[in-house]
Design a protein around this ligand. Structure first.
Ligand code: TXA
Ligand code: MG
Length: 335
């Protein structure tokens, strides 16, 4: 199959609509990462997404809709704080988990009685979802366990010849996946940290918890149990206090391979005589650059050596979660 990369031109949108209506899969841009979308009402189409990614059958998908789409038939009630959250953050990088009416394919939620819904804000995502006018079930458009894609080229690298169309909306401005928020309880609970932070949510709702799976327990957001976001080269991870050890590790690798550091700008400045990939200086920059640099790192290095950023606050909780999982420092409760 030829994999076309088209912009959201009339031709691109018409072809996307055709594919989705035929039960095929289309990759599309969002403000977080690219998604691999299928008609959420179709069992067959949703199963294609799992098969293409090699995704475990117990890891549910997020349904994406355009901003005027009426989600009421899809959800079975909502808590008192949901409307205020939608008003504050949607369209945008917040996924809300509601009780489900079970109207979409049962494969979307993998047997859970909840449904995760997201209204992405990027103009390309809105144009695509509007053209299709169906709920689109979509995980990130990477092969399972690989680094999430933030350009059309990244999607192409994972799915060339396997899907018909990638709708190119340019580089993703957010860079890490949406915040997944459980909205089925009295107090909203973050299942996956992301660009909408706990502080931002608490400002609207008064309270917001962050879910931490107890060891041995199946996490509420099944995706968090899997090793994830991994570059395809060997990796090592050091804190800032271990910089000397990190340099020794680099020098050892240099004898037979091609090591490279991944660190914030300030640390890159200390490591000028070595190969470095610069994450930037602010939390937003680090979120935006992380996945692109992990993909660049796996192409150019045999060993990618991360130095933990010192920067805290804002979206760093989400960035650190992705970094630690990419470097195998933390990977949930099961593989
Ligand atoms: O930014 C994003 O969210 C991107 C773009 C494409 O929208 N999508 C994305 O999808 O990251 P994915 O499939 O890679 O991650 C979905 C996460 C998983 O951790 C999954 O377990 C969780 O959402 N999830 C989906 N449905 C859920 C549900 N009903 N209850 C709890 N967690 C759910
Ligand atoms: Mg993913």
């Amino acid at each position: 199959m030829e994999t076309k990369i088209l912009t959201c031109s009339r031709e691109g949108l018409a072809l996307a609509k055709h594919y989705i209506e035929e039960g095929d899969v289309v990759a599309f841009h969002t403000e977080t990462v690219y998604g691999l979308g299928a008609n959420a009402f179709s069992d067959e189409a949703v199963l294609k997404v799992f098969a293409l990614k090699g995704r475990p059958a117990d890891n549910p998908l997020i349904v994406h809709v355009h901003k005027e789409y009426d989600i009421t038939p899809l959800i079975d009630g909502e808590p008192h704080y949901a409307a205020a959250l939608r008003k504050a953050f949607l369209p945008g990088p917040l996924t809300m988990v509601y009780p489900s009416t079970g109207k979409v394919s049962r494969y979307v939620s993998c047997g859970l009685d909840t449904l995760a819904i997201r209204v992405p804000s990027s103009p390309a995502a809105q144009a695509f979802l509007k053209a299709v006018n169906l709920p689109v079930a979509a995980p990130s458009a990477n092969l399972s366990k690989h680094v999430s894609p933030v350009t059309a080229r990244h999607v192409f690298d994972d799915f060339n010849g396997k899907i018909g169309l990638i709708l190119d909306g340019g580089a993703c401005s957010g860079g890490i996946e949406s915040t997944v928020l459980d909205c089925t309880g009295e107090i909203p609970q973050i299942l996956r940290e992301g660009l909408v932070t706990r502080e931002m949510i608490a400002e609207v709702t008064g309270q917001c918890n962050v879910y931490r799976a107890k060891s041995g327990e199946r996490p509420k957001s099944p995706g968090m149990a899997y090793k994830h976001y991994s570059p395809r080269c060997r990796t090592a991870y050091f804190t800032r206090g271990e910089l000397e050890k990190a340099v020794a590790c680099y020098q050892e690798e240099e004898k037979s391979g091609a090591p490279c550091f991944l660190c914030e700008s300030e640390v890159c400045a200390l490591l000028q005589e070595y190969q470095t990939l610069d994450l930037g200086g602010t939390p937003e920059e680090m979120a935006r650059r992380l996945y692109a640099l992990l993909r660049q790192g796996e192409r150019q290095a045999t060993l990618l050596i991360a130095i933990e950023p010192q920067e805290k606050g804002g979206v760093m909780a989400g960035v650190m979660n992705r970094m630690k999982r990419a470097f195998g420092v933390e990977h949930g409760t099961e593989e």
